[in-house]
Design a binder for this molecule. Structure first.
Ligand code: HAM
Length: 419
């Protein structure tokens, strides 16, 4: 049989309840903080990702699903959401009414990485972006949101890492210092890093190859090279986090895998996922809106790896499975046709209702009701047809009452609503 593509996955009933719970928690939290949902296409012109994420990144160099469509245009399945949200912000002039926009989206992303635990080729992100706010309080608010969401979902073993990547005024200084150091350890770098050393040395700090990690042990820290404004913002971010009671660790190696960042970057890391330690990552990208053709407006944001979050959430899917309020057990064609009519009416009115549509013994129907965990069973067979009243059993207390056929659906709804 044809199996799904490697690195892709199905999310089945039984797991989906947890996904729905996470999604609902995220949405309610975002909305409380003034975020509004935006839906963006799954595919964009390849150029958009090249220009925003950066040509010398793993994502653009090796991981994008890029192809010429039938008209010959180069298109790419989105590997992340920020580029598209920035494009939409500019294209629809969302800044015109108010440059400050808080936007979020939840949806699939595509990166052709080597699949392993916590790493997939199609994965889902929960992404949030704040446009038009230069204050580091926006970064602090985003980190606070992440920490709050993770606490609500009972995620244990997570730590916020923060760093500053400086700005065009101070980064060249750090870049030069790093480059000098990389030249001195040249021989021990992997092929990618040797190549990137000249054009994009910061990427080397992000390399996961053990020999590169070892070679970088004595690398200079960006934090020693920040200009006054970057230093001030980074201090303010830390003060805001401390004020909010958010624990964090300053990690000067946190350069992130995308080139658009300036100043604050952050990740939520966990020890629970083996090599895939980042459950969420983000930061400020104050130059990107302008670089992509928009006004000179700052922005900051994050994305959560939904799949990873679902794997470490302390709230499990168990207990989240929906149970029917009512199971209709009918014996014989006449009862079944009555029950079918009631089931459809009750379902329409929002009662969770189930019944066997085929012919089954009463015993088998009761078994199904038990398996589904139905709160009540409504039985109708020959005796009930004669009495023109069905039997309603509360499966927990075993208490039974008779409910007349006349106006049955309405009566049942009233009875169930009263509980
Ligand atoms: P990112 O760090 O590339 O950032 O991805 C964010 C999160 O997506 C990661 O921390 C991880 O949890 C999850 N993720 C990434 N790749 C995979 C994968 N192959 N399988 C499973 N999960 C994965 C961004 O994408 C930025 N757009 C975040 C951002 C928003 N920065 C500013 N605004």
């Amino acid at each position: 049989m044809i199996q799904l593509i490697r690195g892709f996955k199905d999310i089945l009933p039984g797991e989906i309840e947890l996904w729905q719970r996470i999604e609902a928690e995220a949405k309610s939290l975002f909305e409380a903080f003034g975020f509004r949902e935006i839906r963006i296409p799954i595919m964009e012109k390849t150029e958009l990702f090249k220009r925003s994420i950066g040509e010398e990144t793993d994502i653009v160099e090796k991981e994008m699903y890029t192809f010429a469509d039938r008209g010959g245009e180069m298109v790419t399945l989105r590997p992340e959401a920020t580029a598209s949200i920035v494009r939409a912000y500019i294209q629809h002039k969302l800044y015109a009414a108010d440059p400050v926009q808080r936007l979020y989206m939840i949806g699939p992303m595509f990166r052709r990485e080597r699949p392993q635990k916590g790493r997939y080729r199609q994965f889902t992100q929960i992404d949030a972006e704040i446009f038009g706010v230069a204050s580091p309080l926006a970064d602090a608010q985003l980190i606070f949101l992440l920490v709050t969401l993770f606490a609500r979902l009972k995620v244990a073993d997570v730590e916020a890492h923060v760093n500053s990547l400086g700005c065009p005024a101070c980064r060249p200084d750090f870049r030069a210092a790093l480059q000098a150091m990389l030249t001195s350890v040249g021989g021990s770098l992997c092929a990618d890093c040797s190549r990137r050393r000249e054009r994009n040395p910061l990427r080397v700090l992000d390399c996961k190859v053990p020999s590169c990690r070892a070679a970088l042990a004595g690398a200079p820290s960006i934090l020693d090279h920040l200009c006054r404004e970057c230093r001030r913002d980074f201090d303010e971010l830390q003060a805001a986090l401390s004020g909010l009671g958010v624990g964090y660790r300053v990690n000067p190696r946190l350069v992130r895998g995308l080139d658009y960042y300036t100043r604050a970057t952050f990740e939520i890391q966990t020890g629970a996922l083996g090599a895939q330690s980042a459950v969420a990552g983000g930061g400020r990208y104050d130059k990107l809106v302008k670089e992509l053709g928009g006004p000179d407006l700052p922005a900051t944001g994050f994305a959560i790896g939904f799949d990873r979050l679902a794997e470490i959430a302390g709230v499990g899917a168990a207990g989240l499975q929906p149970r029917p309020d009512l199971f209709l057990a009918a014996l014989g064609p006449e009862s079944r046709s009555l029950a079918f009519d009631w089931a459809c009416r009750l379902g329409r009115d929002g009662v969770r209702v189930e019944m066997e549509l085929g012919e089954k013994s009463l015993k088998s129907q009761m078994k199904t009701a038990d398996r589904l965990g139905a709160a009540h069973v409504l039985m109708v067979g020959e005796t009930e047809l004669n009495d023109r009243a069905a039997l309603l059993r509360n499966m927990q207390t075993k208490e039974q009452i008779r409910v007349p056929f006349e106006g049955l659906a309405e009566r049942i709804k009233t009875l169930l609503d009263a509980r």
